[in-house]
Structure formats: structure tokens, C-alpha cells
Design a binder for this molecule. Structure first.
Ligand code: ADP
Ligand code: MG
Length: 685
């Protein structure tokens, strides 16, 4: 589609810019006048008036005008330039510079009258400003309006950047991308006017006013950005819908016996999700659907039924997960469900030996096997499928860009089902994920009990050991999860081994098992089997149990060093208990001191049980990075808009996008040209 592949010709700048400056601008990702114009101030400095030192408040930026009465280089506690100034109010202030140049010493020679802009604080020497901005051109008079301060790089100073931006503004075409009547409806100011406002705010506005996101000028910029994102996502979606894929219609010969043997009935939410998926599979354009549901909501059976439909139609299915352990869980489950129905499954991961690998590849290539489960090894160049119809990707956001590209190359015309247990908050679903169709399993299978969460200081570990004992005496079982040690798997294993020893000493009457990532699959299976049948009462684990373990009799989850774990992971781990009828608990052991982030996370997990709410708060705490993962590279990022704050704008943009696409394609084209310069070029990964 013509307006997706943007190639804005960049005859650089319509005014002279020297090579050195060009290079520095490039570092700021600025390569044309639009980039310059959209390089918005980080903050504003108020140089419109002088504050007498006597009246200056501490902690807010002020500009003072004063005479240098003393200058000195001190060497203690470290080398620094200390300058004493005195203004007409008769008050003295220290200016302190930890880095300084001879030129600054000259500027601040005794007797010189200067202006200094900065925050006053009570310091080592008395009232002081550290690294104030100094002006000596005091005869020039005061600034009439606020001075914008831009993000910059070393060697590109503010006056130069300001001059370039002002020049760029003069060269921008005066026409708006959005028609005047539309702007009126939306109550938004013209674009150029908004930009000019933000770069050179009128004198009556204070710095505080300008930092308000609700200023009409800011609203306009944010709206435009959100609209560009909506448009590009919608177009990507249209492009997919215009692509071709084989329609896959199942006849039930696999899914019906599978359902009959399950031993449980599907929840309404699962049924709805399957209906949505099978409907997509029956279309002649590729499905691109995200199945999301909280941990334990039963996504696996839904994707198994999707696989069944594709296989019934005579096509192959590949199920891919980001880690070997996660992939293996699927493999085992699929074996359990499909093997009795006579379906063969191949396993393909990095650890599969050459011979077995060759065999699996042959079978996939000649079509003697219909179902493959594995890691991204499934999509290496030398793996060919006979007739791949459906790709199922679990926890897709955890894959890297290269892996996603490989997948895309293998299956542009193949139906794709993605699964995520990290619920995507509504605002993200509406924006960054707007090109996907989403099925939500918003209901847990019956018979789950709410989990009571406790935060316990690790100094009270012995009390937790008592609780473990108590739980086991009642015939229940316990998970004990060891801290995540990112730097070293060996270290992690060691702490797990130590924990087993410690627990065994404290609770000699209990049977304690240990599971970790280093065990061979058969060993892991044996440890798990002992826990499932109840002969092991306490299972000490590294975070491998995060995925897919299901033991309804387990009613206590202890997580050590919970402060080191992310919210999604804590939520997933906690979801391992509360699967049976017994009242369940999750004990989060933490060690002091706690950082702000850790505190915030523990508070959220303590106060919430709903995965969506946890994900929403996670988004607030950390921003969208975690959710987006590899997506970042392919989707226009937001520089100005904030999804939570600007939800009303996001909703307006979402509603407007389809109307513009169908009624005013030239507006769409123009708007995207303006907003998606080559830096954000749409990859569609
Ligand atoms: P997740 O969505 O976290 O992948 P799973 O698919 O692993 O969840 O399902 C969690 C557990 O719930 C599994 O033991 C699964 O067999 C069981 N389960 C799934 N659907 C139902 C249902 N409708 N009724 C009862 N149990 C179910
Ligand atoms: Mg799962």
C-alpha cells in the first residue's frame, strides 16, 4: 500500500546547516525540518524577570542579577569554583561549579555584573546555586517570554538549536493535515499555531502553564500523534485482510473426541474464544489473533482446539514458545491430549540432537506429521513445512525481533494465534495492539478459591516454616520458590539446594523435592510426578514452575525475595495455588531495604488479584516497555501522548481513523507522511 512505505525525501534543510551540526542533529534523530519542528522543549526557563536574592524561594528556579564580590577555586572537598555575588537587596549568594572552564572564571571575575538562573538551596557555604546558567549580556534587557530548553547532545548548544528550530518553523508548509471543520469539531487548534506556541510561548504563560498536558497546543500534538498511530495500525490491518490464506474448516473428527475425553466442560469464555478463532480460521485472509487470559484461565485447551481445527482441515500446525521449559509443557499437554487420538507430534528445540532433528525435519517436510511443538528452532531456515496452516505462538512478546521476523518470513500467508498471560491493558490494546484481533478469556474455570496474600519480612522466615508444616499436616502441599538470580544460574541453583537443606533441617518429618532448570526432562518429569501424586509434600523450585504446573492440592506458595521479581511473574507464580477447593495462601518473603520500585510492586500484588488490574498498574509503574517487547521496533512509538492521561484523545483518534481512511484517503496520506518519518518507518513485524 502506497502510504505505508514512506520515503520522505530529505533534501535535508532548506537553510544552511554545517556538517558538524548535521552530525549532532542526526544523533538527536533530526534529519529534516519536520524533525526539528517536532523537537519540543523539555522545559522552559523564566528569564523574563529578576528576583531579589532576599525574596527568592528555595527549590524553584529564579533569575537573580548581582555583582561578583569574590571568586575562588577551592580544593576541598573537591576541586570547585566558588563565586560570591551580592545583589541590590544586599544579600549574598554563593555560585558553585564542580566543572568549569577558564572562560567561566573570566565571566565571573570580581566586579562583573551577571545574571544567574537556577535554584537556590541551603548548601555547604550558605545559600547557593549549583551550576547556575550565567548571562553577562545584561544590557540586552530581559526576555519577553519563556525560554524553551531542548533535549540536546554534547556540542550542540541551546541557542543554536533554538535558532535552527525557529528557522524550521518558518519553512514549514502552512497547511494543516487535518481539515478546518474537523478541527473545529474536535476543538483543537491548528497544527502550526500549536507548534509555534510551544516553541515560543506568549509572554502571559508561565512555565507551569506550559507543562500542563491539557494546554490546547499540547492536545493538538498528542492527538496528531495518536491519530497517526491509529491510522498506521488500521492500514496494517487492512493490508493483512487483503492478503491471502487458506480457509481452514474443521469437521470435528479430532476436536470432538478431544473434548469428550477432557474431563471438564469449557467455560463460556473459552467457548467464545474458540468460536472467534475457528471463525477466523475459516476466512481466506490470515488470522492475526491474540488470545489473552489470566494465568490459569485455560488458554492451552483453546489453542489445542484451534490446532485440532487446522489439522482436521488437513493442514500442519506449529506451536512455538519462547523457552524450552514453556515449550515442553505444551508438548507434554499436547501428547496427553492428542496421542490417544492417533496424532503424532514432533518436538523441535535447540537441544534436540542432530539425528532426531533431521528425522523431525523430514517428517515436517513430507507431511507425515501434522503437529510440531518447540522453541524458535521451529522457524530456522532449514525447517520446511509440507503445508503449514496455523502457527500458535505463546508469550509472543518475549520473542526477539529476529525470531519474529523469521516467523513472519515462514508464514506471511499463514494463520497466526498468539497467546499471552500478561493481560494487555485496555489502553495498549487500543493503541499499540490495535492491528490485532483479541479474544479474552475473562473467566476462570470453576472451583478456584481466592488466594490470600501475605507480605512477610524474611527475618520472620521461621514463622513461614511453621506455616509450611501446618499446611502439610492438613494434607496439603507447598511450593517454595527460590529467588531469581539473573546473573548466575549456578548461583540460583545453589540457593535452591541450600533452601532444601535448610527446610529439611527445620522440618525433618516432611518430604521435600527440588526442581530446577538444569534437570534433564526425564528427571524433571519424575520430580513433578512425585509432587502431583502427593508423595512429595514441599516442592522447592527455581522459577521454572512459573509455567504450566497444575497441582490442585497445593495450597501454599512461598516466594523468597519477592522484591526482586516483576509483577507479571509474581502474579503467575501466585496463580499456581488456589486451584483446588482448599483456602490458599501466598507468602511473599522480602528483605530490606526495599527500593521504591520494589515497594510499589509489592503493594500492587498485595492489594490486587485481578491480572488485568495488576497489568494496568504495572504499566503505570514501568511504562509500556515490558508489554511491547519486540513490538517496539515495528510500531510507531509515542513521544508526546501518554496513554493513561490522554485516554479521551486516544478514543477520539480511534473513532476518527476508520472514517478518514474510508472518506479522506488524501488526508490520511498527508498525516502519515508528516508523522512517520523514516525513523519510525513501518516494518509491520
Ligand atoms: P493458562 O491459561 O494459564 O495457560 P492452562 O491452560 O494451563 O491455563 O489451564 C490451567 C488449568 O485449568 C489446567 O489444569 C487445565 O486443564 C484446567 N482447565 C482449563 N479449562 C478448564 C475448565 N473449563 N474447567 C476446569 N479446568 C480447566
Ligand atoms: Mg499457559
Amino acid at each position: 500500500m502506497s502510504f505505508i512505505c514512506l520515503n520522505m525525501s530529505t533534501a535535508a534543510f532548506p537553510f544552511p546547516v554545517n556538517a558538524g551540526t548535521l552530525a549532532k542533529l542526526a544523533k538527536l534523530n533530526i534529519s529534516n525540518i519536520w524533525d526539528l519542528a517536532l523537537h519540543l522543549p523539555l522545559r522552559y526557563e523564566d528569564e523574563t524577570h529578576i528576583t531579589p536574592i532576599a525574596d527568592a524561594q528555595t527549590g524553584v528556579p529564579v533569575q537573580i542579577e548581582a555583582t561578583v564580590i569574590h571568586q575562588q577555586i577551592q580544593f576541598r572537598p573537591r576541586k570547585q569554583l566558588v563565586v560570591q555575588v551580592k545583589d541590590v537587596s544586599g544579600h549574598v549568594l554563593y555560585l558553585r561549579f564542580l566543572h568549569f572552564y577558564p572562560s567561566q572564571q573570566k565571566q565571573l571575575a570580581e566586579g562583573n555584573v551577571i545574571r544567574a538562573l537556577g535554584e537556590i538551596r541551603h548548601g555547604f557555604f550558605g545559600d547557593e546555586m549549583v551550576h547556575p546558567k550565567i548571562r553577562t549580556d545584561i544590557d540586552k534587557g530581559l526576555a519577553e517570554s519563556l525560554t524553551p530548553v531542548y533535549p540536546t547532545v554534547n556540542g550542540l548548544n541551546q541557542p543554536t538549536l533554538r535558532r535552527l528550530i525557529q528557522a524550521a518553523l518558518k519553512h514549514l508548509p502552512a497547511d494543516d493535515t487535518l481539515p478546518a471543520e474537523l478541527l473545529q469539531q474536535l476543538q483543537l487548534p491548528p497544527f502550526l499555531e500549536s507548534l509555534t506556541f510551544l516553541h515560543s510561548p506568549p509572554p502571559e504563560y508561565t512555565a507551569r502553564d506550559l507543562h500542563e498536558g491539557t494546554l490546547p497546543a499540547w492536545q493538538r500534538l498528542k492527538f496528531d500523534e495518536l491519530l497517526a498511530q491509529q491510522l498506521s495500525m488500521r492500514l496494517a490491518r487492512q493490508q493483512r485482510l487483503s492478503g491471502h490464506a487458506t480457509a481452514l474448516r474443521g469437521n470435528g473428527h479430532i476436536s470432538q473426541p478431544l473434548l469428550a475425553n477432557l474431563g471438564f466442560a469449557l467455560t463460556t469464555a473459552q467457548q467464545r474464544a474458540i468460536a472467534e478463532i475457528t471463525n477466523d480460521l475459516a476466512q481466506t485472509h490470515p488470522m492475526h489473533r491474540l488470545l489473552q487470559g489470566d494465568v490459569g484461565s485455560g488458554k492451552t485447551i483453546v489453542c489445542a482446539l484451534a490446532a485440532a481445527a487446522a489439522m482436521e482441515a488437513g493442514f500442519q500446525v506449529a506451536v512455538m514458545a519462547p523457552t524450552e521449559i514453556l515449550a515442553e509443557q505444551h508438548y507434554l499437554k499436547f501428547q496427553q491430549w492428542f496421542a490417544p487420538l492417533g496424532i503424532r507430534i514432533v518436538w523441535l528445540s535447540g537441544s534436540v540432537r542432530k539425528k532426531a532433528r533431521e528425522e523431525a525435519k523430514n517428517e515436517l517436510a513430507n507431511g507425515t506429521v501434522q503437529l510440531a511443538v518447540g522453541t524458535h528452532a521451529l522457524f530456522q531456515d532449514d525447517v520446511a513445512f509440507h503445508n503449514l496452516g496455523l502457527v500458535i505462538v505463546d508469550e509472543q512478546h518475549r520473542f526477539g525481533v529476529a525470531q519474529r521476523l523469521a516467523l513472519k518470513n515462514k508464514g506471511d500467508d499463514v494463520h497466526q494465534l498468539m497467546m499471552s498471560a500478561t493481560p494487555i491493558p485496555r489502553t495498549l490494546a487500543m493503541s499499540f495492539f490495535a492491528d490485532l484481533d483479541v479474544s479474552v478469556i475473562d473467566e476462570l474455570p470453576p472451583g478456584r478459591t481466592p488466594v490470600v496474600t501475605r507480605l512477610v519480612n524474611s527475618t520472620r522466615r521461621h514463622e513461614v516454616e511453621k506455616l509450611v508444616k501446618h499446611t502439610c499436616i492438613q494434607g496439603r502441599q507447598v511450593y517454595w520458590v527460590c529467588p531469581l538470580i539473573e546473573e548466575s544460574e549456578t548461583l540460583q541453583l545453589q540457593t535452591a539446594v541450600d533452601t532444601v537443606a535448610q527446610l529439611q533441617t527445620a522440618l525433618p518429618e516432611l518430604t521435600i523435592g527440588l526442581i530446577h532448570g538444569r534437570l534433564k526432562p526425564a528427571e524433571k518429569a519424575a520430580v513433578m510426578a512425585a509432587f502431583v501424586e502427593g508423595s512429595t509434600q514441599v516442592l522447592v523450585a527455581t522459577t521454572v514452575i512459573e509455567v504450566g504446573v497444575d497441582v490442585p492440592n497445593a495450597s501454599l506458595m512461598v516466594i523468597e525475595h519477592a522484591e526482586r521479581m516483576g509483577l507479571a511473574q509474581l502474579h503467575q507464580l501466585r496463580g499456581r495455588v488456589g486451584r483446588g477447593a482448599a483456602a490458599s495462601r501466598c507468602v511473599l518473603l522480602f528483605s530490606e531495604p526495599l527500593g521504591d520500585l520494589a515497594k510499589a510492586r509489592l503493594k500492587v500484588i498485595y492489594e490486587n488479584t485481578d491480572g488485568f488490574e495488576i497489568a494496568r498498574q504495572d504499566l503505570n509503574i514501568r511504562g509500556p516497555g515490558e508489554f511491547l517487547g519486540a513490538r517496539q521496533s515495528g510500531v510507531p512509538m509515542l513521544r508526546f501522548a501518554n496513554l493513561e492521561e490522554d485516554l479521551p484523545l486516544l478514543e477520539k483518534a480511534r473513532d476518527l481513523a476508520p472514517i478518514l481512511i474510508s472518506q479522506q484517503p488524501e488526508v490520511v496520506n498527508k498525516h502519515l507522511q508528516r508523522w512517520l518519518s523514516q525513523r519510525a518507518a513501518y516494518l509491520g513485524v
